[in-house]
Every structure is written in C-alpha cells, then in structure tokens.
Design a binder for this molecule. Structure first.
Ligand SMILES: [Fe+2]
Ligand SMILES: [Fe+2]
Length: 207
C-alpha cells in the first residue's frame, strides 16, 4: 500500500503549498502589490482544491486518510522576484513528487490512481509555465518600479476561468450546476470532478 502512503504525503504537500502561498499573499499585501496578492490568493485556493482532490480519491478507493503535520512556511522574502522564484522551485518539487507517485501507482498496478495522477501531471505543466512566465517578466523588469507596478496590474486581471478547476473565488454556477445541486445524490456523486465541488464534497453537505 505504498501508493496510499504516497497519496497521504501528497495531500500534505498540497496543503503545504497552500500555506506557503498564503505566506506569499501576506508579503504582497504588505508591499501593496495587490495584483500579485490577488494572483497568489488564487494559487492558495487552488492548492487546497488539489489536496481535497487527492483526499477524496484516497477515500473513494478505500484508503485511509491520515493527515500529517504541515511545516511552517518562510515569512521573510527579499523581493517579488525572490517570492516567484521560490514558488517556481516549489512547483518543480511538487512535479517530482507527482511523478514519483505515478511511478508507484504503475508498479502497484493501481490504474485508478494513475488516471487521477495524469490530471496532476498536466496541471503541473501549467503551474510551472504560469509561474515561470512571471519569473521571466520580473527578470526583464529588473529594478524598475514602473515595470513592477505594470506587472502587478497584469496579475490583478487573473480570473477564475484562467485558473480552471479549483479556482476561488468561483464564478456563479450556471443553470446546469444549479440543476445538479437540486437533483439526486447519485447524480451529484457522478460529477465528482465537477467544479461545483471546489474543496471536496462535504462543503455542500447532504443534498
Ligand atoms: Fe498543487
Ligand atoms: Fe501548484
């Protein structure tokens, strides 16, 4: 059952990422970089959604969720570039962990977990690209406050649609999602990957 242990580890890694990004939100708020703070808040919510996706999966396959202690994230950052470099390094670390876990799932012939992890593999490509792009733009900006303000304003434009699954704040539900909220539990559970379940099924309570 190494895969189950690995899934529990990864739940912790995703929660640590959420915690780390929350520390970064605090830094950006302190520096009055509201666009970056907004962007990082979305990252924070997305990581919680990732953790809950793994949590639900482990429960669904009959595993036992054992929550682990989450390390204290750093609180001293040198600059916005330092923050985003750290964020990129962390995403690269998470990618490695996902790949290791995928390898275990292959070894153990855990096909359901392989399917779930394929989603995470794709997600990590997007995560590294979006954070890497910001690192690149901050490097181009150098020491220019004007350029930093411009990049901050760009970050303020991040929408839940851009983030995809796990985004928060979420857009209002469409007619199909409203209909699902009011129909049977069977139909609800059939949409376990629906965006109406951002932080796990329990958020909405029994239908
Ligand atoms: Fe994640
Ligand atoms: Fe991430």
């Amino acid at each position: 059952m190494k895969v189950h242990d690995g899934l529990n580890d990864q739940i912790k890694n995703e929660f640590y990422a959420a915690y780390l990004y929350l520390a970064m939100v605090a830094y950006f708020e302190e520096k009055h970089l509201d666009g970056f703070a907004h962007w990082m808040r979305m990252q924070n919510a997305e990581e919680i959604a990732h953790a809950m996706k793994l949590f639900d999966h482990l429960t669904d396959i009959g595993g036992r969720v054992v929550l682990q202690a989450i390390d204290q994230p750093p609180s001293d950052f040198k600059s916005p570039l330092d923050v985003m470099r750290l964020s990129l390094a962390h995403e690269q670390h998470v990618t490695e962990k996902i790949h290791e876990l995928y390898g275990l799932a292959v070894e153990e012939r855990d096909y359901a977990t392989q399917v779930l992890l394929q989603w995470f593999v794709t997600e990590q490509v997007e995560e590294e690209k979006s954070v890497g792009d910001i690192v690149g733009r901050l490097q181009l900006a150098g020491d220019s406050p004007e350029a930093l303000v411009l990049i901050d304003q760009e970050r303020a434009g991040r929408t839940p649609e851009e983030v995809g699954e796990g985004a928060w704040p979420r857009p209002p539900p469409g007619p199909a999602e409203e209909a699902l909220r009011t129909c049977s539990g069977a139909a609800f559970s059939a949409t376990s990957n629906s965006p109406i379940r951002p932080f796990g099924r329990s958020l909405f309570g029994p239908l």
